[in-house]
Design a protein around this ligand. Structure first.
Ligand SMILES: Cc1cc2nc3c(=O)[nH]c(=O)nc-3n(C[C@H](O)[C@H](O)[C@H](O)COP(=O)(O)OP(=O)(O)OC[C@H]3O[C@@H](n4cnc5c(N)ncnc54)[C@H](O)[C@@H]3O)c2cc1C
Length: 414
């Protein structure tokens, strides 16, 4: 039997944010986590609100909050908590030596691997585009055998994007990785983690790259949440690098996960990985403990409060069964369209929202789960992240924003 003030179920962004905030408030916290969730495959940017419910771009995420539907998590979290969450997160990143940049007042439009622009709110400094926007010419750096970053597409499309209409020149680097399988951004980032990789990279570019220039590159400047690789390469080549968004695995997401884990552990949080919470023990609307299943035996973890940050269908916090969606730990009610055909918009490459994305748990203003009549179902259980109902993170670009702010609000409510 383990005693805690707070048990967090889930080690994704919402769970680790909740753990950091609760620990900073002096709580004794344990995180029980089945896996990494979406954090390490995603791009690590914090999208707050990129598009409104009609798909119109939002220039100012804070102002855009007034346009979200009544049941959207931001309406439960509130603007003040969102602002505090942003502040908390930006300070955390500075403390960890891997600072993020951005504000709720200004959308950032950052380059993708296809040369399009993606709206986001907070980005790691390696994705800061200020130097690129001020340059009259920039390089696009590609890697031989890397299929997840398309330098020719970036060069072709980016020049048609507002604010990025400069001249682009492609440069290719050959990491000479063993042949026989597809190379990912993770392989290149690991190559640049090594001193030999960095030396070979500099040697291949030194003759061509002009001093004082700017170069767009996939997020490969090392796997660690640190600027050391970027700084060393920038110094050696006398240029500035701007990392772009890529398809998974996005190394910037991996860095965010490592940074969050490092941070919570420094705050004294106990993180139990590969721990699957199978059920909660509930008496009179109060959860007294949760039970985890391991290969050898079940373990029971007691706490005063619990934060359920177990993700959506991808993370494992919601399970789709024929005709219904299930929350497997507390069996909380999940509002979903009754006919399963209505869960999805089947049109290929549609730019419409997906109804199944909005499926999740309804909460009150303290993030406690409620039924269809708004009655609180569990007094000391708080919900955070992708298992909340009422938002389509992919359509509106709000995934990590909701995760960060709901994790913050849940931890402030315990
Ligand atoms: C490919 C991809 C790219 C994305 N890119 C971006 C982006 O650029 N910007 C952005 O803002 N958002 C992005 N998102 C969305 C964003 O990643 C998520 O919305 C957000 O991180 C959700 O965090 P979460 O902690 O709520 O859930 P998750 O990340 O899913 O974490 C859930 C956690 O709970 C654990 N868990 C589940 N069930 C149990 C259980 N029974 N017991 C113990 N642990 C359990 C999981 O293992 C995991 O650790 C992206 C998502 C995807 C899939």
């Amino acid at each position: 039997m383990k005693e805690n003030d707070v048990i967090v179920i889930g080690g994704g962004f919402s769970g680790l944010m909740a753990a950091a905030v609760a620990a900073k408030r002096g709580k004794k916290v344990t995180v029980l986590s089945l896996g990494a969730g979406t954090l390490s495959i995603a791009s690590g940017n914090v999208d707050v609100l990129g598009y409104d419910k009609n798909g119109k771009p939002v220039a100012n995420p804070k102002a855009g909050l007034s346009s979200v539907a009544a049941d959207h998590p931001y309406n439960k979290i509130g603007q003040k908590s969102l602002e505090e969450a942003v502040q908390f997160f930006l300070e955390l990143t500075k403390e960890e030596g891997y600072a993020y940049k951005g504000s709720l007042d200004q959308q950032q439009w950052i380059p993708t691997a296809a040369g399009t622009l993606k709206p986001t709110c907070l980005v790691p400094m390696t994705m800061d585009t200020s130097a690129l926007k001020n340059a009259s010419k920039a390089y696009i750096i590609g890697f031989e055998s890397l299929k997840d970053f398309y330098p020719h597409l970036v060069a072709k499309n980016l020049r048609n994007m507002p604010g990025y209409d400069q001249e682009y020149e492609m440069l290719m680097v050959d990491p000479k990785l063993p042949a026989g399988r597809d190379v990912t951004n993770l392989d290149i980032a690991r190559w640049l983690d090594s001193a030999e990789g960095r030396k070979a990279f500099v040697a291949q570019l030194r003759a061509t790259i002009k001093p004082g220039s700017v170069a767009v590159i996939a997020p490969v400047l090392g796997t660690a949440p640190s600027h050391a690789v970027r700084d060393e390469l920038e110094q050696a080549l006398n240029c500035k690098f701007v990392e772009s968004v890529v398809v998974p695995p996005g190394i910037t997401g991996h860095r965010l996960r490592i940074m969050m884990l490092n941070h919570v552990k420094k705050l004294g949080v106990k993180v139990v990985e590969h721990a699957v919470v199978t059920r909660g023990i509930v008496e009179n609307g109060q959860c007294t403990a949760v039970v985890t299943e391991a290969i050898d035996r079940e373990r029971t973890y007691q706490a005063k409060s619990f934060i359920l940050a177990s993700g959506g269908f991808y993370g494992g916090g919601l399970v789709a069964e024929p005709g219904q969606a299930i929350e497997p730990v507390f069996n909380l009610p999940i509002a979903a369209p009754t006919t399963q055909e209505d869960w999805s918009n089947f049109q290929m490459f549609s730019n419409e929202a997906q109804p199944f994305e909005k499926i999740g748990i309804a909460v009150d203003e303290t993030m406690r789960p409620v039924d269809a009549d708004g009655k609180v179902l569990l007094n000391n259980v708080f919900i955070a992240g992708r298992n909340l109902c009422g938002y389509d993170f992919c359509f509106e670009k709000s995934g990590n924003g909701v995760a960060m702010a709901s994790g913050y609000k849940a931890a402030m409510s315990v």
